[in-house]
Structures are given as structure tokens and as C-alpha cells.
Design a protein around this ligand. Structure first.
Ligand SMILES: [Zn+2]
Length: 199
């Protein structure tokens, strides 16, 4: 699938930013597994609803929620290839191919039927050694990323302001507490090391 994608779209941008997601579907009637693969340039991560007020959410919890098994009822399920009809199934997203530059978008804006609201929940994220191995193929080992830039959004749904903090040669110009604010919106990580073969 990845080769097929490169045949259509191969560029420096793809080399840097494109990864591949695997969506595995498991039919609850016949237990058949099927996989589909999609190219991504960024991951849009849901922010878990905070149960206790004042608690910081971690990036890991957002990733867990992103990759959590999702139950699909008959109406929302794709056709099971084996049953040849729509059945109850479960779906899970994992990263099949890790991009060199991983862009993660913290989905702070939620749309309800009549309005859009912005979440200002603080999400803590590691500056170094973010391990995405647990979200990759089975037994892929640690896949480590280091943060090199953060894009912040301050303001409301209707008006706001974007700022960025980037890692310079001499280090971050901000203190870590300042980087980890509840305005962090898009995180830019660079792949440091991995054991998976990239084809
Ligand atoms: Zn089935």
C-alpha cells in the first residue's frame, strides 16, 4: 500500500511528514479481521474528558484514546468481508509507518450541534523520548521522538492568536513550564530512533 502511495505521490514532503495508519476491523460475529491503510500528515488527537478538576491530561492519555478500540454498531460498521453484511464490529487505529516528522494536533475544538467550544485543559507532553512504539505494529520496540516545536493557540473560538516556540541550537528559549501551557495546540516531534524497517 505504501509503495502504491509513493507511485502517486513522492516528494520531500512525503519523505518528511507522511506516515501510515492502520485501521483494523474485527467482526464480532465471525471474528474476521481486516485491515485498511491510510496515509496521514498529522494526527488529530482527542483530549480525554477530565474527571477530576485541575488534573493535567498527558499526551499519552490522548494517544491512548486515539488508539482505543472503538465499538461500531451494525449501522456504522463497514461490510464484513466474510459475513457479507454489516455486523457489529470493533475498530482500532495503530501507526503502521512512522513519519520522520510527526505533527500532532491536540483537538481542542469540539463541535456540538449548535456551537463550537474550546478546551483549555492542560496537556503535558515530553520534550524528549516520546515513545510511540506501543501505538505501532506488534513488537516494533521503542520508537522515540523529540519535540522541536510547539504551536500555541490563545483566545477563543471566535478570535485568537497563534504563537510558536521552536528549539534553537542553544536550546529552548522558554522555560519548560511556559512550553507546557494549556494553549499548546500543535506539537512537532522528530524521530530519534526506531527498530522498525522503513520500506
Ligand atoms: Zn463477519
Amino acid at each position: 500500500m505504501w509503495q502504491r502511495h509513493l507511485d502517486r505521490d513522492d516528494s520531500k514532503i512525503v519523505d518528511l511528514f507522511s506516515g501510515q495508519l492502520r485501521s483494523s476491523l474485527h467482526c464480532s460475529v465471525c471474528s474476521h479481521y481486516s485491515n485498511t491503510f491510510d496515509v496521514f500528515c498529522d494526527l488529530s488527537l482527542p483530549i480525554p474528558k477530565k474527571s477530576d478538576y485541575g488534573r493535567t491530561v498527558t499526551l499519552r492519555e490522548c494517544l491512548d484514546l486515539f488508539s482505543q478500540e472503538e465499538k461500531l454498531d451494525k449501522e456504522n460498521s463497514p461490510m464484513c468481508e466474510r459475513c457479507n453484511r454489516h455486523t457489529e464490529s470493533t475498530k482500532r487505529l495503530t501507526i503502521q509507518r512512522f513519519p520522520r516528522i510527526l505533527v500532532m494536533h491536540l483537538n481542542r475544538f469540539t463541535m456540538s450541534r449548535y456551537s463550537i467550544s474550546k478546551s483549555t485543559v492542560p496537556v503535558s507532553f515530553p520534550l524528549n523520548g516520546l515513545d510511540l512504539g506501543p501505538f505501532g505494529p506488534v513488537d516494533c520496540g521503542p520508537v522515540l521522538y523529540d519535540l522541536y516545536a510547539v504551536c500555541n493557540h490563545s483566545g477563543t473560538v471566535n478570535m485568537g492568536h497563534y504563537t510558536a516556540a521552536c528549539l534553537e541550537e542553544e536550546g529552548w528559549l522558554f522555560k519548560e513550564e511556559k512550553l507546557q501551557s494549556n494553549q499548546a495546540y500543535v506539537l512537532f516531534y522528530e524521530l530519534k530512533s526506531f527498530n522498525v524497517t522503513r520500506k
